[in-house]
Design a protein around this ligand. Structure first.
Ligand SMILES: Cc1cc2nc3c(=O)[nH]c(=O)nc-3n(C[C@H](O)[C@H](O)[C@H](O)COP(=O)(O)O)c2cc1C
Length: 233
């Protein structure tokens, strides 16, 4: 197959060469989530806790599986290792301050639910880990494997249930996650998601589909001319 002519042109004709940095976890943006958990009764850490996690990911579709990476030193690590379950609570802008707080304080020292005025509620399919009532959408997760990677242990988990705030379902019961005001994390900073740029497959979508799914770009209106004498140039 013939190559597109652009592919034969050295990149340096279009872009300045990159500077190489030390290898690091600069994948961005990533989600930032509140993970709720609880240890087993009688094992010394059976109070509901929250940990902020940015190293979270989707790893499989069928069955639905996700992962979270947590340092062994975290209190929540002990709790999740005991109960082998946790809940991922998606974070919207209203939950962001609590999310940051839960990422700098340990459940060893305080009750983060009460410190952040968050409500721990029963999570579907979970025996120990609660969900955060204020989160727009929660994923109940059952741990299948714990993989020690070095600094962090990866908890590989099956999603056993998803619960959503009914306000995010439209009249046809379709999920409108775009209305949730979710937050992203990139290189130490939190961001709102900003404007819609496209959708899955938009690059090949028919014009009718594009017209339906993409809001028309706002036209720039020319500033109104001031009344009075116009200056000629
Ligand atoms: C934005 C942000 C992201 C974080 N991501 C992770 C993470 O992915 N894994 C982890 O082990 N700790 C992460 N932390 C740190 C923990 O949330 C933090 O150490 C917390 O206090 C642990 O609570 P715990 O001791 O109650 O488990 C993150 C902190 C912040 C602020």
């Amino acid at each position: 197959m013939d190559q597109h002519p652009d592919l034969n042109t050295p990149q340096s004709q279009f872009f300045s060469p990159k500077v190489e940095l030390n290898p690091s976890t600069l994948l961005a943006p990533v989600p930032v989530v509140l993970v709720s958990c609880c240890g087993l009764p009688g094992e010394g850490c059976d109070q509901a806790n929250l940990i902020t996690v940015a190293w979270a990911g989707t790893v499989n579709s069928e069955p639905p599986m996700v992962s979270v990476s947590i340092r062994p030193s975290r209190y929540s690590h002990t709790q999740i290792s005991q109960s082998r379950e946790f809940v991922i609570n998606l974070v919207d802008e209203k939950l962001l301050q609590a999310t940051d707080f839960c990422g700098v304080k340990s459940g060893r020292d305080l009750d983060k639910f009460s410190a952040c005025k968050l409500s721990a509620v029963k999570a579907s399919q979970m025996n120990h880990a609660p969900a955060v009532a204020q989160s727009p959408l929660t994923l109940s997760c059952q741990v299948e494997q714990i993989l020690p990677l070095g600094s962090h242990d990866l908890f590989l988990a099956r999603v056993a249930a998803v619960e959503v705030n009914p306000s995010l379902l439209d009249a046809d019961n379709r999920l409108r996650l775009d209305k949730a005001g979710l937050v992203a994390y990139a290189h130490g900073n939190y961001y709102s998601l900003g404007k819609l740029l496209g959708f899955f497959g938009y690059s090949v979508a028919r014009p009718q589909v594009l017209a339906k799914r993409m809001p028309p770009a706002k036209k720039k209106t020319a500033p109104k001319a001031k009344k009075g004498k116009s200056r000629s140039t």
